[in-house]
Design a binder for this molecule. Structure first.
Ligand code: ZN
Ligand code: ZN
Length: 307
């Protein structure tokens, strides 16, 4: 039992312990927390609901979606802006609360996706089926480890390596924080009709599962549905609804066209909330050197007639 728990909280230990030979197999013991995460949502039937609980669920979703798109994706994976070493660590911790593994794991797999998009080597191409691209790929043994060779620029920082190795710790601390916050609010504002259990179930379990599946849909649906504005070597597409739900990530065809750009919505009507917030952080002096797409390249790759 101790070995299984250590496997969840220390990725280096998990790698050494693994005795699964088939790389495509799923390490069921390892993914028990992922299953429990989904089952945890059923507790809404026991804890009930309140306006405050719904609000916490939405805020928890939005803050962590921003952490995934702006920090995990646009900063760690693509380096589309610069920040200080201290803030980089804060960004990594915030991103880790989203329960989508550590920043190095996320960035390494994502960089691999951009190099091999929709080919046999792509870990999550929908050409291998919707469910494979959506979630089966990261449950497979072969995609469990972080390939540090793909993220040498990030792996040089011991703090980031530590967060990546113990990524499970941060969702647990975040869930505990929500439970304590709800308990304190119940104590001081009983008229709100909420409590620690509601904060935990709605603010962590329900919010995290929604956040997870909407994020996964960028790997699955964003390579299947929507419009192609730019001629890229993959099946990436732009879809307004996915862009709204992901704070700008749904402009996925734009992103595959110019992955180094901090901005993914490229016209005034392509709403890109993450970009607007990153501009705000830039104005506050917290991030700098924001990168933008090459206009000549965009013009060249623009699809003239939509079919
Ligand atoms: Zn993609
Ligand atoms: Zn990307």
């Amino acid at each position: 039992m101790i070995k299984i728990i250590l496997k969840w909280f220390d990725n280096d230990f998990a790698s050494k312990q693994s005795n699964i030979n088939d790389d495509t197999a799923i390490d069921w013991k390892r993914i028990i927390p992922f299953i429990l995460l989904h089952l945890g949502c059923l507790f809404v039937l026991i804890v009930g609901q309140s306006t405050t609980a719904w609000l916490v669920m939405v805020i928890s979703y939005l803050v962590r979606m921003f952490a995934i798109t702006a920090f995990y994706h646009r900063y760690f994976a693509h380096k589309t802006f610069k920040t200080s070493r201290r803030l980089q660590t804060v960004f990594a911790v915030l991103g880790a609360t989203a329960t989508q593994r550590g920043p190095l794991w996320w960035a390494a797999h994502h960089r691999h996706h951009h190099i091999h998009s929709d080919t046999d080597k792509d870990a999550h191409s929908p050409t291998k089926g919707f469910w494979h691209s959506h979630m089966v790929w990261f449950l497979q043994r072969k995609n469990f480890e972080t390939d540090l060779n793909k993220v040498p620029d990030l792996a040089q920082f011991p703090a980031l390596r530590w967060i990546d190795r113990h990524d499970m710790l941060f969702p647990v601390l975040y869930a505990l924080f929500l439970f304590i916050l709800g308990t304190v609010i119940d104590l001081f504002f009983p008229s709100l009709g909420t409590n620690g259990a509601q904060f935990l179930v709605w603010g962590y379990f329900v919010s995290t599962v929604l956040l997870a599946h909407v994020t996964y849909s960028i790997n699955s649906l964003s390579h299947l549905i929507g419009k192609r504005d730019y001629d890229t070597q993959d099946g990436s597409r732009n879809h307004w609804l996915l862009a709204m739900l992901t704070l700008g990530e749904g402009w996925h065809n734009n992103h595959h066209c110019c992955p180094g750009s901090v901005r993914q919505g490229l016209t005034f009507w392509q709403i890109d909330v993450s970009y607007y917030l990153l501009r705000l952080l830039n104005k506050m002096g917290l991030i700098w050197d924001l990168k933008y797409p090459n206009q000549l390249l965009l013009e060249k790759k623009k699809v003239k007639v939509h079919v």
